[in-house]
Structures are given as structure tokens and as C-alpha cells.
Write a protein that binds this ligand. Sequence first.
Ligand code: DGT
Ligand code: CA
Ligand code: ZN
Length: 595
Amino acid sequence: MVHDTGEHSHLDRPLPNNAELADVLQAIADYLALDGQSTYRILAYEKAAALFREYPVSVAELALRGELRTLPGVGETIEAKTLEYVTTSSVGLLERLRQRYPEGLLGVMRLPGMGPRKTRLVWEKAGVADLRDLERAAQEGRLRGLPGMGEKTEANLLRALETLAARAAGPEQGRRLRAVVEPQAVRLVTGLRALPQVVAADYAGSLRRCRATVRDIDLVVASIDPAAVMAAFATHPELARVEAQGDTKLAATTHSGLGVDLRVVPPPSYGNLLQHFTGSADHNVALRAHAQRRGYKISEYHVEHLESGRLIPCATETEVYELVGLSFIPPELRENQGEIEVAERGELPSLIELSDLRGDLHVHSDWTDGRASLEEMALAARDRGLEYICFCDHSQSLAMTGGLNPERLRAQIEAIRALDERLEGIRLLCGIEVDILADGRLDLPDDVLAELDFVTASIHSGFSQSPAQIMDRLVRAMRNPLVRSIAHPSGRLLGRREPYALDVETLAKVAAETGTFLEINGSPDRLDLTAPAARQAVALGARLVIASDAHSPKDFENLHWAIGEARRGWLTTSDVTNTRPWEEYGRSNPGSEPA
Ligand code: DGT
Ligand code: CA
Ligand code: ZN
């Protein structure tokens, strides 16, 4: 029996959700970093925070059942701190750290360019306790003169503060990566489909349209017994709480604080509901206007024939679209970007699919910052049904990744050729992701690049350069005949970094002229080129490659995310080079002089 201490008993309040627990552990990690503690200790908290944040079932319940240490990387300390928080709503260690340092210092420490050591320095020597203080100190020139800081540091910090402010106000705020949410949505749908009362179930909304980020999960169900469906669904172990419930709707949150909306309609109206909740809102507005012109009114329950007043429920989306004279519009195209007019003419493109990809031209290994060997990567690619892959590890200037100098690259070429001899069922190609240096030169000399089967070039520095400088670098790289593609052309990292000043029109025109491919990079936080840029590039005559940028075997999954972005960009197989066999576009005679 737990005795009431007279303070808040934990029995009075709901268990903390996973996001809250993750925040607590992350705060401990941050304070420990500020405190100058060992990286090892900090990492343990950070890893647990990341694990908890996306864990599908309640971590607090696991902790109370004594099962926390069955999770990977969770040891005694993490278990103790988690239990302490779950049972008392606070952690002693965290409270002590909070008394030692102002809370605003954490924001300062997380600002790009700062870090723990510099944060302590500006706190102790310039009285900076939060981001506001930092901005003022930089503006007033009070940071220059501190060890390791100068005028340039102040300018960089002011720019980083500006970016931070823009992001906090930006449209991506509060959105999550599709790659994080989709697996959970699939599990929820699978749970629904397993219910005897459920005739059909799908996720809808931005997730079904394959947007790179989503705000929530929208679920739709066909059933004649909504009460039974919702009662069963409410007990799903991945839901933390039901927020609201009506006769046919339910709103809940997951353990990570993600919203889940569920709607149930009778099976004959399922097509109407699915169409309505797939959106986008803009597409629906345009569709309704189109229907109106044809004498129909579209709602989430039926299509109404205005003249006769007849109500026509549609079991499938295809019926909805066909009733108003359109062919079925794939969800990825439903953004009001001309899809209704094109569907009316019956000219929608046949969109590319994952199974159309024959090869992957951007794969890393443990020769640089990948986490698996050449062979492990090759076998994983073969298991996924790829016919060929090209290893494109980093080049020497990216020292943090262990980038390859000419000597190591030549050794890697030998290793790849030997492995290719030995392995059946997949062709292995030698390439490089050569860095485009800040001054526009490539990071490796042409004679080395000429020994490779394929060269992709990309920018990893000088992100704040002017549009002219950025484009000059990219154009110069594309004009080198040894460069076959440009990787992640805009440099964006969703939620972390804005794209640099990319001029898509110039990029695409020069790509078309030089025959350089432009990449759609499938890393879930890149998806770069974006769909609109990819569509524009193709219209201007460029050809694309779809690549995983895999750093581990499971990352070949990135091709799935890239295909979503490609479909949103209206791409067909003929727009994407790696839908073809390597022989059709590979350099026939590596090592020879470029044409
Ligand atoms: P999100 O959640 O921001 O990632 O994007 P969506 O598109 O999933 O938006 P959401 O969840 O607010 O609504 C799902 C769909 O429901 C949306 O794409 C279209 C439809 N919908 C929602 N609210 C409205 C509305 O007020 N009017 C119309 N016509 N449709 C709506
Ligand atoms: Ca949504
Ligand atoms: Zn890469």
C-alpha cells in the first residue's frame, strides 16, 4: 500500500507518457553535458530518451512492472531514474542540476555553434543565461575577446538565432517525419482490420498522401457497428488516452503524444469517407467546385445529384471520382496542383513504384560513416531485390566521416571488385560521394574520379553562401564530365536545417544540358529534391535518380520514402534513371578518358 504523503500522491494523476519521460531523460543528459560529465554517462541518457520517445507502448507501465531493463541499452541507472519520476513526478538528480544552472542555458547549449564548453564560458564571463542574453551579447560585441571567440563567431551565432526563430514560427513546427509515424499507423490499421466488426480500414490524411511530415494519424473504418469498433480500438496498447468520443468518431493520443483521429461509416459510404479524410483540404475544395460544375455535391457520406436530389453513397474512392467524370487520382497527387484538370482529360501519369527500381546509386559502408561492411550492405540490397548498387562513400574533406583520400579510395575499389567477383545475384559498382568544397573545387582529383564507375557530388559546407556562390559550385560540379549526379541537391534537413540558396531552375537546366542526374535522397529527414522541385526539374528536361543514402542495411527502406516523394512529384519510371539496367547508362569502360 502506498501511503499518501500529504503532497501529491502519484495515484491521483495519470502516468507520464513516453514523450514526457523522454524529455526528463534528455534534460538530465543536457544538464550533465553542461556540467562537463563523461560522454559515456550522457550518451546512456540520450539513447534512452530517444528510445522512449518513439516506443509504441507505455514505458511508465513497463517500469512499474519491473520490465524496463528488457529494453535495449536500459540499465540500472535509467531504470531507477525512470521509476523515480513515474512514482514521485520528479528526479532528485535533475532538481539538483536545475539549481546549479539557469534553465535557459540549455537552449544556449543546443544552438548550433555553441555546445557545453562555450556555454559555460559565456555564462561565467559574459553573464549569458539564456538565448536572449546571448543575442544581446553578440549584438553588442561582448563575446569577441573570450577565448576562441571573435567577430565572426558573433555573426554566426546571430544567424543561427535567426534560423531558430524562423523555424519556431514555421509550418514544420509540431510535425513528425512520415518515416516515424507510418509504421505506427500501419500497426493501428492492422489492429482495426483484425476486428470482426471491421469491413475495411485505412489511414488517410497527409500520411496517405505520403507527405514528408505529418501532424497526426487520421484513420477511417467501414463498419455497421461503430460502438464496438471504438470500444475495442480504445484499448489498443499503443494509445495512451482517449481524448474525446462520439457516436462515430474518436480522438486519442499515442504514448509519444501523437494525435489519432478515428472515423467510422457504414461500408456503402466508405469511399466517400476515405476520399474526404485523405484530403488535402485544397484538393477537396477544388474537387467540390469541379463536381458543382457537373451538377453534383460531394460530402464525406455520399455524392448528391443536385437536379434529382438523389444521394449516391460510394463504397470506393474510384466511384467518387468517376461519378464526377474523373479517373481515380492517386493520393500523392491530391494537392491541387492541376491533378483535377489532368484527370478530366484522362491523362494522369502512371506513377513510379518501388518495384520499378533496379539499382541504388548512393550507398555508404564502414569505410566511412556507414555502420555496416561492404558485404553486409550488398547482401541487404540483394535481399531487397536490387540488381546493382554503387558504393558512394564520403571523400577526404569530410574528416568526421573518415572520408576517403585517393589511396583509401583505390583500396576500397579493389575490395569492392573482389567482393563483386565473389557475390552472386547482385552487381557492385565503385563510386564516391565527392564533396563540393566551399570554393567550388571537387575534393578529389579527376584522375582518381576517372577510375570509378559513378561519381555523385554534393555540398556539405558553406551552407550560408549567397545564391550565386552556391549555384556556381553546383554548376561547376555538373560541368565536370566525370560527375554523373548531384546528391541531396538542396541540403535541407527537416526540422534541423533550412535548404541552402538553391535555384532549381538553373540546376535543372544545367543538369539537362550536361546529362547530370539529380537525386531524390530517401533519408527520411532529407527527401531532397522535394516533390515540387523534382517535378519542375523533369519539366525542364532533367533526369533523376532515386537513392537510399543507406548507412546501414535497414536504410534501404529509404527507397520507400523516396518513392513517396517521387510520386508526389508526378514522376514515372522513364523520369528515373535507376529504373533501367546499369548497362544502359553506366560508363562502359571505367578508367578510360571521359568523352
Ligand atoms: P496534417 O494533419 O497537417 O499533416 O494534414 P492533413 O491533410 O492530414 O490534415 P487534417 O488531419 O487536418 O485533415 C485530414 C483531411 O480531412 C484533410 O486532408 C482534408 C479533410 N478535412 C479536414 N478538415 C477539413 C475542412 O475543414 N474542410 C474540408 N473540405 N476538408 C477537411
Ligand atoms: Ca492529418
Ligand atoms: Zn551520402
